[in-house]
Design a protein around this ligand. Sequence first.
Ligand code: ADP
Length: 165
Amino acid sequence: MTTAVFPGSFDPPTYGHLNIIERASRLFDRIDVVVSVNMNKSNLFTPEERHAMLKALTEPYQNVTVHLCDTLIVEYAKKIGANVLLRGVRNMNDFAYEFDLSLMNHNLNPMIETLFIPTEQRYVIIKSSAIKELAAFGGDISNMVPPVVAEAMKAKYAQKGTQKK
Ligand code: ADP
C-alpha cells in the first residue's frame, strides 16, 4: 500500500489544493492531507478551522483523510509509514523552492520521496496569500475557493472589521 502525504498551510484551502488532492487520490492507495501547525501568527484561520474545512471538502474521496501536524513533515511521514511527500507546483518559482525543500527532506529521511504534481492551467494564479489580500478588500474569490471557504473568509474579515472599530 502506498500512502502519500500532502502537507501545507492551507490558509485557506483553494481549488488548486483540491485539484491536487483529487488527482493524487487516483494515484495512491491513501492520501493524508496534513495541515501544518506552526507559530506563524499571520495565518487567517486556526489550524483547527483549516482542518475542519479540508475535512468537509475532501469528504467525497474515500482514501483521503485530514490531519494536524506540529512536527517536521518527514517525522510525520515516518510515523504513519508513508514514503511519498506530495507537492503541487504552479511555476518555476514554486519548482525552485520545492526542489530545495525536497533535497532537505531527502537528507533528513532518504526513504521518503517527494513527488511534484504540476497544477492545471486554470489554477496557476490561485495562491492562498493573494486570495487573502483580495478577500480583505471584498474582491471576488468565487472562482478560487469553494463557497464554504469564501463564506468563512467573509465572516473572518467581518469579525476583524468589527474588532478594529
Ligand atoms: P505552503 O504552506 O508551502 O505555502 P500551501 O499551504 O499554500 O503551501 O500549499 C500546499 C501545497 O499546495 C504546496 O505544495 C503548494 O505548492 C501547493 N499549491 C498551492 N496552490 C496551488 C495551486 N494553485 N495549484 C497547485 N498546487 C498548489
